[in-house]
Design a protein around this ligand. Structure first.
Ligand code: M6R
Length: 613
């Protein structure tokens, strides 16, 4: 979950690292630090808290040189403090390391090192890494070999970057397991290392992703990748299409707001080249799917976490309705422990913005182990989830920086709708007229999202009315039930207001006891097949004195009469309605958090990519 940046080349590493860390701060903001080789020594600057504190420190105590490495931390072992901030130095100060992941056997390793007389100066598991490297250097190995031997001793999943003042011509890094990516950025006479692409986009778009159990020796002139056993690996380069501006806030106050507004564009991009209106067909060549393979599928298991899992719940309804294939949704953290029934006729479909979420990757690995076909819907091109899949659909949303996921929620709704049509078409279970109508509806979606976004000012007014509430209930049914979960998650994660999403029909079985004048109830009541049922639910909430905020379709006077506030959405085909109903709830959560003066993009305790179990 931490952010890592490294630079080797002729330029001063300090601004490159600070700028890269700024782009990665969404990955962790408990502390930040950097280490720079200056002449024949290493200088370290680090501080607790956000990156701004480190920037202040560097202004007060400037440091320049190269190579250099930097880190933003999401604390696992040891409190967020200066002593636990990365980079960590070895005993003689000649070697430094930054790390993302957990050294699972660190207690054991620390005891062994202490027995050799090593003194620890932090509470972190990471510090064991640098002492182990020193140990191997002391017995005569060079940095590369010392690092390799150290990597072999570590249990758990890791991204590790280290360097030594005695071998300033190289930085050594490794990826072990699924602790988040290690990306090498290739420049001319200079090279970069990062845990995520935005950190290096200002400098290069040529990147190479390290696979698990690979390490790299990065020099000014080039990069050498080997397995941890020393076997050379042929590099497979990728060119990143995003530009650096895509990772800037621009005119918006927060990334989250910008990303909410980017949904017209992201939805347009996710449709581009995939919708054939003339033939009335969907094309997803990235899935490499033949009619024969499509016909063999007996079951689809969608696995994901958080917002992505709610997208999967919508997908279940779409795939079952359109393609008539049974679908289950299993959250990533439960999947591998549930002994899922999986065989070669099962597709495990992972949904992940980052493509690096540890629980989702573990679920995919479990699916692979049991012989399933692996598909993924992923935003970050080249991420682990994409690489290990048999077929993958790219969300095409561009970088999502705000910790609260928004545009990476709506794109996979559309991706799953397209997937459902494609599966039905290949299996021959959809008549042409229906297929053409479903495909034609897709072209409406960017415009419908745009019209929903135009109502931001009205949503903001409702946000002012709700800004001081302590609790909030979100109710939905059918295809909009997952949107109730998602709306509640958005509110709780950025505004710290307790919010619960609930299937509206279940309200009378318990949660109705909570409803009084202090409990606002957000009711998803667009014109979908569950509309009538939602109206009676709204009436029940009203009868208990709850303030009702309804998400309703333009012109729906019945709902308007029953609700205290209405968040209007345009008339939308019901299977695509979650795309538009999610948007006012994103804006509502955003504005409530912004009015409360909270750190919308970096909410407390959270990180963008959750790369620990
Ligand atoms: O990168 P992923 O989509 O796999 O991330 C999954 C969740 O961690 C993520 O959706 C999380 O719930 C967001 N903070 C929600 O806004």
């Amino acid at each position: 979950m931490c952010g890592i940046v490294g630079y080797i080349g002729p330029r001063d590493a300090t601004p490159i690292i600070l700028n890269g860390l700024k782009r990665l701060e969404y990955r962790g903001y408990d502390s930040a630090g950097l280490a720079i080789v200056v002449e024949d020594r290493i200088e370290v600057r680090r501080d607790a808290g956000k990156l701004a504190r480190l920037e202040e420190l560097v202004r007060a105590e400037p440091v320049s040189g190269a190579p250099g490495i930097g880190h933003t931390r999401w604390a696992t072992h040891g409190s967020p403090s200066v002593r636990n901030a990365h980079p960590h130095r070895g005993s003689n100060g000649r070697v430094v390391v930054v790390h993302n992941g957990i050294v699972e056997n660190f207690l054991e390793l620390r005891d062994e090192l202490r027995a050799e007389g090593v003194q620890f100066s932090s509470d972190t598991d990471t510090e064991t890494i640098v002492h182990l490297v020193e140990h191997h250097l002391a017995i005569g190995h060079d940095l590369t070999e010392a690092a390799r031997r150290t990597f072999g001793q570590l249990q758990g999943a890791h991204g590790i970057v280290l360097m030594s003042a005695d071998e300033p011509d190289k930085i050594v890094c490794a990826r072990i397991g699924n602790a988040g990516g290690v990306v090498l950025g290739l420049g001319e006479g200079e090279n970069f290392i990062a845990s995520d692409i935005p950190a290096i986009l200002d400098h290069t778009r040529q990147v190479v992703f390290l696979e698990s159990r690979q390490m790299a020796v990065v020099r000014r002139e080039g990069v050498e990748i080997t397995s941890l056993d020393g076997v050379p690996v042929t590099m497979r380069g990728n060119v990143i299409a995003w530009d650096a501006a895509a990772a800037e806030k621009g005119e918006y106050r927060h990334f989250m707001q910008k990303e909410i507004h980017e949904q017209v564009r992201s939805l347009t991009d996710t449709l581009a080249g995939r919708v054939d209106l003339h033939e009335g067909r969907i094309r997803l060549p990235e899935l490499n799917l033949t009619p024969d393979q499509a016909c063999r599928i007996r079951r689809i298991l969608i696995t994901a976490c958080g917002t992505a899992a709610y997208a999967g719940m919508v997908g279940k309804i779409l795939i079952e309705k359109i393609a008539r294939i049974p679908v289950e949704v299993q959250i990533g953290s439960e999947f591998r422990y549930s002994d899922p029934i999986v065989d070669e006729n099962t597709v495990v479909l992972a949904i992940s913005q980052s493509g690096e979420t540890a629980d989702t990757l573990a679920a995919m690995e479990e699916g692979r182990r049991k012989g399933a076909v692996l598909w993924s819907i992923v935003n970050v091109v080249g991420s682990q989830a994409m690489r290990i899949s048999d077929g993958s659909i790219s969300m095409q949303t561009g970088p999502e920086i705000g910790v609260a996921s928004t545009k990476a929620f709506t794109a996979p709704l559309v991706d799953q709708y397209m997937l459902a049509i494609l599966l039905a078409d290949l299996r021959g279970t959809l008549d042409e007229k229906t297929r053409r109508a479903l495909v034609a509806d897709l072209r409406l979606i960017p415009d419908l999202a745009g019209r929903t976004l135009e109502r931001e000012a009205e949503v903001e007014k409702v946000a002012w009315a709700l800004k001081d509430v302590r609790d909030c209930l979100y109710l939905g049914r059918g295809i909009n039930m997952p949107i109730a979960y998602e709306g509640a998650l958005k509110l709780k994660e950025i505004s710290y207001i307790h919010a619960e999403g609930y299937p509206a029909g279940e309200m009378k079985h318990g949660p109705i006891a909570l409803i009084d004048e202090n409990m606002p109830v957000v009711c998803l009541a667009p014109k979908d097949p569950w509309h009538e049922k939602m109206i009676s639910q709204i009436q029940q909430a009203r009868a208990r004195g709850g303030t009702v905020i309804a998400v309703a379709t333009d012109g729906d006077e019945v709902v308007a009469d029953q609700a205290d506030h209405v968040l209007w959405v345009p008339v939308t085909p019901w299977m695509l309605s979650p795309v538009v109903t999610a948007i006012p709830l994103q804006m509502l959560a955003y504005h409530i958090a912004a009015i409360r003066g909270l750190d919308v993009d970096q909410p407390r305790n959270l990180a963008k990519s959750v790369t620990v179990e």
